[in-house]
Design a protein around this ligand. Sequence first.
Ligand code: NAP
Ligand code: MG
Length: 500
Amino acid sequence: MTTIDQTPGNLTALLPSVMKFLDREPALLIDGRWQPARSGETFVSRNPANGSTLAKIASGDAEDVDLAVKAARRAFKSGPWSRTKSSDRAQMLWKLADLITEHADELAQLETLDQGKPLNVSRGADIPGSAETFRYMAGWATKLTGKTIQVGAPGDFHSYTQLEPVGVVGQIVPWNFPLAMAAWKLAPALAAGCTVVLKPAENTPLTALRLGELIQEAGFPDGVVNIVTGFGDTAGAAIAQHPDIDKVAFTGSTGVGKSIVRAAIGNLKRVSLELGGKNPSIVMEDADLVAAIPGLIQGSFANSGQVCTAPSRIFVHGSVFEDVLAGLSDGARALKVGPGLSPGSQMGPVISERQLVSITEHIEGGVTAGAKVTAGGGRLGTEGYFVAPTVVSNVSNEMPIAREEIFGPVVVLSPFREIDDVLHMANDTQYGLTAQIWTQNVSNAHRMATRIDAGSIWVNGKSMDIALPFGGFKQSGWGQEKGVEGVEMYTRSKTVVVAL
Ligand code: NAP
Ligand code: MG
């Protein structure tokens, strides 16, 4: 039985800059000024490793969002941003990436404290990945082009399209990759020339706030990026329905995504959505299990399974089912679970008590319905929000544990015999975000990739590189982030026709 070691002496010591940041006055970034919420209200952000209060955060609401939108509109229409050249935008984005790199240790500690993930993951993946997002999108700022179009109708015309920034953008992000998600949102919008009102998740506002300070240091003019911390149903809802926001970009649950679509109707603002998933992973008879099993363990339990792309439904060919089940269960039991600041931790806590309860209820519901737990199965310890890496078999595709997104360290395994059957089960879901195929048969891999309804298909391994367009089918979302698609979604195309 794993025990959670929270001995303070065994945890990485906090940097002085981190302690200072945690003590700052709660404030929102509006029009280049850090200011309290108009209401004066605050809330706290907690450390999920022990439930303690980390910092006081300003609780923005509709009034603050409105001020932020006004600042963003001014900056977009008449401020220096409206006259900024694409090459200047690129330089600012690159400078911001350099500042993130310079402050990587500090940002990594803030991320781990606030979100829970192991420090080596924050430091090795989340923070450098965020810097890379800004660098990649800096490149697109100078490379957006329209096209010239020949007119076939009678007459002599010169016609072309031009890409323009879409305007003031509202961005709402979740708590699983706080800085990386903020970067995915901000970088393309700024590269395209938009101005932004960003709302971080109430559970994890710290790195977005520190990013706000770095944005100022990088030289972005006042009002270009506004950061309003607060709750989803107040600050978030105010962004979704604001009549002077031109586009809202959201990452989060499918349920909230639908409420954003409804709220956006008022001014028909554009909406892009990155939503949930219940991603099938198919292990064929000829899969290289030496690669597949560690790949599935990493995919299922990284970030405590709180990953929208996690391979949470694993279908294994009957001939190798017992091997894969045993390999995954052994791997799950071997993972060292502990506080993110403990140097040996491979998996941290889940984000909150609410999430802990929801995950353990899903597991219990599965067991009641007849599922079999072969590793983990519930909470670890009594302090903080730790859940054991859990492997479940004996499930049918109808059980809630196999259909609902759990967003925790829980995977379900089912055997199959025929390709047609497994493709049917893989597609039998409201979601369509990602899918994995493990096989050494290249022809099968391509045929199956075509037949699976998901926005990203990973064969024999995954990559989330910033250059790869990423978005969900079905109820997993609208639009694609990353790649050139990710920046074009913050532009509008205008057709200009000149009779010569
Ligand atoms: P969530 O409840 O949908 O929250 C996401 C964000 O929306 C948070 O900032 C939240 O604010 C805000 N929000 C909540 N209610 C709102 C409302 N009525 N109007 C506007 N904004 C509102 O999701 P979560 O539970 O934090 O995150 C987990 C979900 O996100 C999972 O379903 C997961 O699959 C999905 N996700 C998807 C992707 C992807 O790329 N497709 C990536 C990561 C996560 P507060 O937190 O402050 O209340
Ligand atoms: Mg927190």
